[in-house]
Design a protein around this ligand. Structure first.
Ligand SMILES: Cc1cc2nc3c(=O)[nH]c(=O)nc-3n(C[C@H](O)[C@H](O)[C@H](O)COP(=O)(O)O)c2cc1C
Length: 395
């Protein structure tokens, strides 16, 4: 590489944040010497989303990164720098080269990041909060926070359930009680479902209706041949509807269990290759081992194409938030739609995104899973807790 280096053009990767990081581990030895039993390690981490993993950098590397532009190609002669430091940063992927043939994967991923117009903080948040092989249930068990009472014991009291500004309730301006109608009743029956009846398949028509209400396009508006907007039942930032839905169908009459992509513009499914092993194992890994969702008849991976929204909202401070908020709109519509037809629905944010990216072929520089929601017939027996204080579902 030394002989090549003087001829190369390079620049810094586009998005990079440097974090002074502390990791804390239990260390019995420090207890014996009068310490607190914890070993603290401080290091500088480079958070470059196109790499997917944080990388440790030393003082020389950090200093050089601050002197190299992410937008202008330079050569070694334009820079007063130690050749080995430049080489290290090139192999780490924090510097990228213009010439193909050297560290191509880093350059290509950096180019895809650039083409998606991420806001740097959105890109870092998204890239470094993705899970792989996380067992959320084990983590709750180990921290002793499985039940509400355990949480109170371990975490102390939470902030109050509602903010109060007036010191006395007499100061409240009471709003009129308007009689309930069917819509109110439907909303009161919306209870997150954590108990599914695996013995009863969902009819195809019911499945189709629930999906249509939450995900389908009602119509299509072609401004030009290559700029088309869809109208859906849920709002969307900029009207761009970046959210794709990947379905894990487990128990629907007339549909082979497996993975599908939903085509919102055609209200149709596209088959995807089956994951290896049992589908229920795939589901368990996807929902970070939350066994109460294993028997859900249908699970929906909400996976936006960030580049569609960021095409309009380029490096926009609100871009990532706008996309994330849409998952909530879809989920609530799905909950109400399922509830209306007598089924139960759920959403979970505790998901192993990297497992899903691999199985669904999602490029993490432009797309990614944000949440999984799903629905199915509720079981007759409640094994896992559901929040139904008004006995709207569970008599
Ligand atoms: C964004 C989001 C993420 C959630 N993640 C989980 C989850 O990981 N596991 C779970 O069992 N429930 C999850 N829930 C469901 C909540 O626990 C549930 O909404 C809450 O307990 C209130 O109950 P309700 O929906 O029946 O009113 C999530 C809800 C939301 C809105």
């Amino acid at each position: 590489m030394n002989s090549l280096l003087p001829h190369l053009h390079f620049r810094r990767c586009e998005v990079l944040l440097i974090e002074p990081n502390e990791s804390i581990e239990f260390d019995f030895a420090t207890l014996l010497t009068g310490g607190d039993g914890l070993r603290r390690t401080l290091k500088w981490l480079a958070l470059a989303p196109h790499l997917g993993q944080p990388v440790e950098v030393d003082a020389a590397q950090r200093e050089l990164l601050g002197r190299i532009s992410p937008s202008r190609w330079i050569q070694l002669q334009d820079l007063e720098a130690d050749i080995p430091v430049v080489e290290q940063l090139l192999s780490l992927g924090l510097l990228v080269t213009k010439e193909p043939g050297l560290h191509d994967a880093h350059r290509l991923r950096d180019e895809r990041m650039r083409s998606a117009y991420w806001h740097p903080l959105g890109a870092v948040l998204h890239a470094f909060t993705r899970w792989d092989e996380v067992d959320a249930v084990k983590n709750m068990k180990e921290s002793g926070t499985e039940t509400a009472l355990e949480m109170r014991q371990v975490l102390g009291a939470p902030p109050t359930e509602a903010r109060r500004i007036a010191a006395e309730d007499e100061a409240l301006i009471r709003l009129p009680e308007v009689p309930h109608n069917d819509f109110d009743e439907l909303m009161h029956r919306r209870v997150t479902c954590r108990n599914f009846d695996a013995a009863r398949p969902v009819p195809l028509a019911t499945f189709s209706k629930i999906i249509e209400r939450a995900l389908a396009a009602q119509s299509r508006v072609a401004v030009t041949d290559d700029m088309v907007f869809l109208k859906k039942n849920v709002p969307s930032g900029g009207g761009l509807h970046p959210m794709e839905a990947y379905l894990i169908v487990q128990n629907v009459e007339g549909l082979a269990p497996g993975l599908y992509h939903y085509r919102a513009d055609a209200h149709a499914l596209e088959s995807l290759p089956s994951p290896p092993g049992a589908l229920s194992d795939f589901v368990m890994e996807a929902v970070a081992q939350q066994h109460w969702f294993r028997d859900a008849h249908v699970l929906i991976v909400l996976a936006p194409r960030f580049d569609r929204t960021f095409w309009k909202y380029r490096q926009h401070a609100k871009g990532y938030r706008v996309v994330a908020l849409e998952a909530g709109h879809i989920s609530q519509t799905l909950y109400l739609s399922a509830t209306d037809l007598g089924l139960g629905a759920f959403i979970t944010g505790a998901i192993n995104e990297q497992h899903l990216e691999r199985a669904l072929g999602l490029d993490p520089t432009t797309q990614g899973a944000l949440a999984i929601c799903g629905f199915g017939w509720r079981d007759k027996v409640m094994v896992t807790a559901e929040l139904d204080p008004g006995s709207k579902i569970w008599a």
